[in-house]
Design a protein around this ligand. Structure first.
Ligand code: PRP
Length: 176
């Protein structure tokens, strides 16, 4: 069987331009404040690394890792924290950074959990948004690109832990 070949959806140049725009918008929105940027492992680490280097406001970083309960690729919607934050959110301006919003289950649950920790504000920046796949309503405050329901890899996104290192976002529809 032929190995799946990824096709480029967003080039590294297009990604750089869009991430710079997002960083500019976030910097304007948080002018005069300090941000706590929370990355969701593993997928968000590439996007987050580029995003924070475009910011003009001071920021701290922290990471959370989640596991969703469910069978195979079907999520039950329950989200368990397997690596928690090490920073208190109380009184901080918190920006969650995620690689992709798909069903919306992960972020809607995580936002609920983190709100209980009384941040001064809590917003979400997602690199990709697959709105067609939503199972629960969820709208990110900042979105890099809205995409159709295609299986994408690269720039941090994986298929079975492969392809995260690709600098471009590629379509890998053959796996569906
Ligand atoms: C992916 C992605 C989001 C989540 C989005 O994570 O990084 O966290 O799924 O899906 P949802 O909107 O349907 O909840 P995954 O569990 O694949 O882990 P990873 O970040 O390590 O790739």
């Amino acid at each position: 069987m032929a190995e799946a070949q990824p096709n480029i959806l967003f080039t590294r140049e297009a990604i750089r331009r869009r991430v710079d725009e997002l960083a500019g918008q976030i910097s304007r929105d948080y002018a005069g404040k300090e941000l706590l940027v929370v990355g969701i492992l593993n997928g968000a680490f590439v996007f987050m690394a580029d995003l924070i280097r475009g910011l003009n406001v001071p920021c701290r970083v922290d990471f959370v890792r989640l596991a969703s309960y469910g069978c195979g690729s079907v999520s039950s919607g329950e989200v368990r924290i397997t690596k928690d934050l090490e920073t208190s959110l109380a009184g901080r301006e918190v920006l969650i950074v995620e690689d992709i919003v798909d069903t919306g289950l992960t972020l809607s649950r995580l936002v609920g959990v983190l709100r209980e920790r009384r941040p001064a504000s809590l917003k979400v920046c997602a690199f990709l948004d697959k709105q067609e796949r939503r199972r629960v309503p969820f709208t990110a405050d900042y979105v890099g690109f809205s995409i159709p329901d295609r299986f994408v890899v690269g720039y941090g996104l994986d298929y079975d832990e492969q392809y995260r290192f690709l600098p471009d976002v590629c379509v890998l529809d053959q796996v569906r």
